[in-house]
Every structure is written in C-alpha cells, then in structure tokens.
Design a protein around this ligand. Sequence first.
Ligand code: MN
Length: 742
Amino acid sequence: MQHFTQAEIRYIEDCYEDFLKEIRNKFDQERLARIEKAFRFANAAHDGIRRKSGEPYIIHPIAVAKIVAKDIGLGATSIVAAILHDVVEDTEYRLSDIENMFGKKVAHIVDGLTKLSGDIDTSQALTLKKMLMTLSEDVRVILIKIADRLHNMQTLESMPANKKLKIAGETLYLYVPLAYRLGLYNIKTELEELSFKYKQPEEYNQIMYLLHNQEEKRNYLVNEFIKPIKEKLAEEKFECEVTHRLKSSYSIWQKMQKKGVSFNEIYDILAIRIVIKPKPDISEKRQCFDVLSIVTDIYKPKPDRIRDWINLPKVNGYESLHVTVMGPQGKWVEVQIRTERMDEIASRGFASHHRYKDITTFEHELETWIERIRDQLKNPDSDAFEFLDDFKLNLVSADINVFTPKGDMLTMPQGSTVIDFAYEIHSDLGNKCIGAKINNKLVPVSHVLQNGDQIEVLTSKNQTPKLEWLKFTTSAKARAKIKDTFKLEKNQHIENGRILVEEAIQKAGVQLTWNNLKKLIAHYNLNNKEQLYSQVGMGFIELNNIEEVLVKKSESKLVKYWNITFGRRKEENHISEDGDKNPKNKIDRKKTFVLKENQDNVTFSMAKCCNPIPGDEVMGFLSSDDLVIIHKTECEVLAKYMLNQGEKIVSAEWTKFKKQSYLTRLLLEGFDRMGIVSQVTNIISNENNINMRSVQFDTNDGIFRGELFLYIHNTEDLNNLIAQLKKIKGIENVSRIKSLND
Ligand code: MN
C-alpha cells in the first residue's frame, strides 16, 4: 500500500469540504458529527487505495453521499451509510465493526449494499431479483445503490472498453427503470444519457451535434414564445419561473427509432416549464389550471394533448399539467405547468414526499407496488428470466388509471387487458373471468383497457385459466398467476390427457401400442408422449380424426410385400416395428412424392434431425413403415442414407401449406437494449400472428442471445419474419437452427 501524497490528502479534504457545504445547514450538530465520524472512519479504511482512474478511493463514497444528500434528499442515516458503503466489501473491516460504531440501522443498510455488489459478474436477472428483495425490506438501500451507480457512470471513462459496455447496458436495463419507478426523474435521465453515450457513441454524438446546431434558432424561439406568457402572468400576479428544457438525447433517439422518423420530425424536443410559487389560500390545482388557461389564451392547444397529472398523478408521484400548443414559426411547443412542490417531487422523487408530508398517497402506492413484488418473489421456482421480462414490462411501461364499478381507481400498465384487471383485483376473479362490461359495453377478456374505463368483470364458475391468455396479459401479477396455474396443473393435464388418448384409441378399435402413440405424436408434430398428453389434456388437440390417423392405416395385410420390396430395417428416428402398416398409399420411388396439406391420410412425417418446414428443399426417405420421412436436402443424416440406402430415397415437392404449422427454432443475436425483447415478441405474435411455444433471452456483456420456438406454416412466412426481425435495431443475426433440441 502506498500512502497518499500531501497533495492528494489536500484534495480529499477539499472534496469533503465541498460535500459539507451541501449539507451543513440542513442538519443539526449531532447529525453532522455522525457524518464526520463516518467520513474519518471510511477515509482511514480506504487509505492508500485508489480507483481505476488513479484518484483516491474515498472520493467515490464522498460523491455517492453527495448525490444521496443533494439529488435524492435522504437523511443523515442514509448519508452515513453511503459514506461507508464500500468499507465492508473493500477493506478489512467487518459489518460488526460498522454496527458497533454506527448502530444497527446503518449496518443493516451497508449490509444490503454489500450484498448487492459484485453485480458485474452475476446475471442481470438475479441482480434484479436481489434488488427487489432488498427493496421490499428497505427502500433506502436501493436509493443509495442508484446513487452509487450514478457516480460509477459519471466516472466510467477510466474503465476498460468491455466493462464500459457491460455497465452501461446493465444501467439501462436495471437502474433506469428502477430510478423511474422511484420517481428520481433527474437521475433517471442522467443515467440514460450516460448509458446511451457509452453504448452508442456514434448515435449519441450525432444527436448532440444536431441539438447544438439548432441552439441559436431555438433560443430565439424560446424568447419569442415565453415573452407574452411572462407578461400575462405578471399581470395576473403569478410569481413563477419560466424555463425551457430539451428532451434528452436518449429520448430523442428512442422516439426516432419507435416512430421511424428523423431528428427534424421530432416536434417535442423543446419544452417550456412554468413553475409557480403558489399564492396562499387558493388551491395549487386551481392555480395550475389558471396558468393553463392563460397559456392557451395566447397559443392554440393541440387537441388531445392536454395531460393532467394533477388530478391523476403518476404512480411514481409525478404531478404536472402538460399541454402542447402551436407556437410562433408554426412549431409545436410543450408547456409543463406545476408548483414548486410538484417540481421538487418531479425531479427528486421519493424523498421529497417526506419533506412535503404528502406521503400518504404516495407511500400507499409504493407499498402496493412493493407488495406486488413480494408476492412474485414468494414463488421460489419462478424462472429468473421470465420474472425479469414480466417485471421489466411493468417497470418501463406507462400507466393508465381505470375504475371498478364502485368507483375505486386502479393504476395499471398501459396495454393492460380485461384479464390483467381481473387478476389485479383478485386471483379468483382472474381465474374465472370470461369477459367484462366496460362503460356498459360487453367486451372479451383480451380487450385492451383505456385510461378512464370503468370495468365490471364477468365471471363463470366453469371458467379456468387459459394458456393463451398469456398472449394478451401485460401485468406481471396476472402473468405470474396464469403461469403458476399451468405449472401446478401440468401434471394434472398430462394425466387427463393420457386418459383421453387411451380412451380415444380404444374407441377407435385400435390397440394401444407404442407405435400407435408414435403415429399420433408424428401426426400432431410433437416430440414426445408427454407433449401429446398435455396438449390433449389442455384441450389444444381434440383427437376427433384419430380413426383416420390410426385405423385406415391398419387395414391392409400387404405389409409384408412392402417389407420385402424395400428391405426392412430398423430406423432409429422413425416409426418402425409393429404390424399395422399400410401400403395402400404405395409410393412410387421413381416419381416425385407430392406433399399435400389436406390429405385424409398422412403418409409423410418431418425428420427430427433437420426439422424441415413446407417450402424447404427436401427429399424423402421411405421408412420401414408406411411413412415417407421428409429431410432437408442438406441434412447429414439424409446424406448417410443416400450413401448406403439410396434405393429408399425419393424426391419430394411441396404444394401450398397454409394451415398446419411446424415447430421451428430461431436464434437471435445482437446488442442488448431496453425494449428489444418486447419488440421481438410483438413482431412475432401481433404483427405476424405466429404462435410461440417458448422464448428465452440471455444477456452477457451487453450481447444478447435469444432462442425462439415458433409454429410456422411455411418458408415464405419464415423468411418474411426473419427479414422483419433483422430490421430491429440492435439485432445483428437471426438464424434458423435445424435441431429442435441440443
Ligand atoms: Mn461503490
């Protein structure tokens, strides 16, 4: 260990002094003494230790404490914990030392922070899960963690390139939504900007350049725009500050992506903010609306662009009135109107509520939210990735407010449907939901709710949760409940399905043999017995043409001829053995085998080694029973057959296939960014109406890898889909994997 130089020691003291200036007149002597004690202790503990940048380590905890005090507005206990946050992890001191010197509360927070660190090497899903568990215990741990991350982002420059990307990606993925949810609007924006800068330096620089270019013109517009407003406000004796703000470069970029527009087409880059110092005796709300009316007297408002977050604040506590008006030079300008109190809540979030003693509603909302998290975390086998996806969906989406028949208001993620709403109220209501009455109109379970809807859920005692509900559920709660039901019921479905299949086979007058089961499995394009049973058990397969599949093929006795002709061998992948063969559809090897979708008799099956779908270049292999096994031309297994059983190869040709679908596996690779998963699934299920069997995404060092199992009709559909997926920003590669199981 190398002790610091005199100059460095001076620098540390200066930084600390700078921090003290920020808090000195906010705390009493006792609290300031505690903070001083924490600093002296941490300073000694980190003595001689440097950050990557080379500066003394203690500069970091001081900076974090400053953010905690100034930008988040937390109290002395949190400041002390922030100063000590890396002591247990990075020095020889232990938690018990912290507890002895600073008490239980501080030690508890430091412990939480220590447990959350090391996230650079753990998966994001686990980090989020850990974070949310901590959050439900003490929200201060998360707030300090966010401050810690902010300072790490502010000093990211000195990190090696690969870590920069990783940390920036993680910040965008986890910390930004959390900061947003906790109402730390300024921090959220800064984290977003910094992540964007490091993840996509080119795009970032481009937008910064364009913003800079417009500056002069913009300032002129601002002055021209606010002049009459200011005059009128003064006339009406409103004490207020009128400022202007630019949309962040990240939000601009996001909007360009989402709407597919250019920089010049984004009309809300500029926002004017009017912050009122409210007059006494008149309600804040009244005054905000008075100012709104002053503004719209001067400039025409854009219809439907008045956002009232005062009567219905956002869940993170945000209150404000927004209106977009037509300004001079034919430019739309957004005007935000709020009081000083609302402004502070808007920029600092959580802690400001305490200052204004306005904590009841907000804490109630936060409590409900945390309660929901606790609910989800209780499920011990909830898949970490599923959890993350479902949860992120709820962190980032905007909210709508809807009403129960009794008039109680519920806040739900945008895009929520009747099913989400039903589960939000009670799981039983969700499980039995068959539809709803919205504003007295009957709507189905999949109906998307609008802001202000009043919803009466309709139930039936015969209703049970449906797997396809997952296609249109947005809220993490509903998704978790539906998935739970199916996890619980999976075995039940398999058992029910087994009974149904066996009954159907008996009813068809066929023997219950492994071969007959295999035929059914092949006919429905499944992989194994369990799948057949569970699909039947869940009612996805109705078994109504089971006789066609099994019986007709069992009629003939000519099977021996068949076997002699082609030389019977056991083929590993294919249906074989057993006597019920049907050479009625005898295949002429010299002719091209034509694959038709609507055959009353299935005479072919897709090879499991290469999983072709209609439209692929294929060839057939005559299996030892009545089936032609279809392989892709490029298949290695087929190549082997060609070498030693060439006589069994037939050429094959597709007709149009439009109804039946085939399981196909796609691999997606690219650079992770927020929202990419939902964009992918949206293209698949909403835009192309393709059914998904499973979807899994994994992120490592900012690179993500997704694996999709989809039900595809033919190559035309598949190629269209791949082309669309490739257009998604961030996706570098989309490939089809021939094997369905590795
Ligand atoms: Mn730290």
